[in-house]
Write a protein that binds this ligand. Structure first.
Ligand SMILES: [Fe+2]
Length: 239
């Protein structure tokens, strides 16, 4: 199997997992998902094709070190879930669980929308229509996303707001800080922690952000957007 096929399979797994999570979140009735996650520890996803063929402007070492950090979040998540199962829920487990979940899922979304073979955003896609509605044009999104990247300390998320149905940009200063995680369906995720670019760019965050914007797999962002769109149409948040 080629590297590109490997990466695409990995991305398809992520999209499938995202659908399952969404179904459980919105409908609260996915008992099979709950039962499965109760007995099985999570495995880290395979993003190794990004190491052998890193996105333009990123080094294999940068990606490899970053993936090592991601795997630590998966391990931390499994550990805290195990602790809760054995010893019950405490304030510490709740905080640690939120941090580890954020560190796991956000990294998967980030690596999932990074590619060595970037695609253009389809100008006729539903995502493009939403971008034009909220930001005027694709360039408006790019400018705002870059500014958000400079301002945020942890993560920048282009996401579909499940409360008002609008596409918007959100920032997190940490994996578990910010209400965005609770009501945003992620479409495009950018890691702006220093560990994401220090090896390649030192403290030049702007150079990293410029490079990131040229290495996006927009087909993944479009697919995520459609997923969120579908869930909003099929279920309503109960207020
Ligand atoms: Fe990171």
């Amino acid at each position: 199997m080629s590297e590109k096929e490997n990466l695409n399979n990995s991305k398809r797994d992520l999209l499938k997992a995202g659908s399952m999570l969404a179904a459980g979140f919105f409908l609260g009735s996915n008992n099979s998902l709950k039962a499965e996650s109760a007995v099985k520890p999570l495995n880290s996803k395979d993003f190794s094709p990004l190491v052998s063929r890193p996105p333009k402007g990123m080094s294999s070492r940068q990606i490899n070190e970053h993936l090592g950090l991601y795997r630590k979040y998966v391990a931390a998540l499994n550990k805290v879930n195990e602790t809760e199962k054995k010893a019950g829920i405490t304030h510490d487990t709740l905080i640690n669980k939120g941090f580890a979940y954020g560190g796991t899922i956000l990294h998967e979304l980030y690596f999932g929308n990074l590619t060595f073979n970037p695609t253009d955003l389809n100008y006729r896609s539903e995502l493009m229509k939403a971008i034009e509605k909220e930001f005027g044009a694709y360039e408006g999104l790019v400018n705002n996303f870059k500014e958000a990247g400079k301002a945020a300390r942890g993560w920048v998320i282009l996401g579909l707001n499940l409360y008002d149905g609008r596409l918007n940009i959100y920032g997190l200063d940490s994996h578990n800080e910010g209400t965005a995680l609770a009501f945003i369906w992620p479409v495009l995720v950018m890691d702006v922690y220093e560990h994401a670019y220090m090896i390649d760019h030192g403290t030049n965050k702007e150079a990293y952000i410029d490079g990131f914007m040229q290495n996006i797999d927009w087909s993944i962002a479009e697919a995520r957007f459609l997923q969120g769109f579908k869930n909003i149409n099929n279920a309503t948040l109960i207020i």
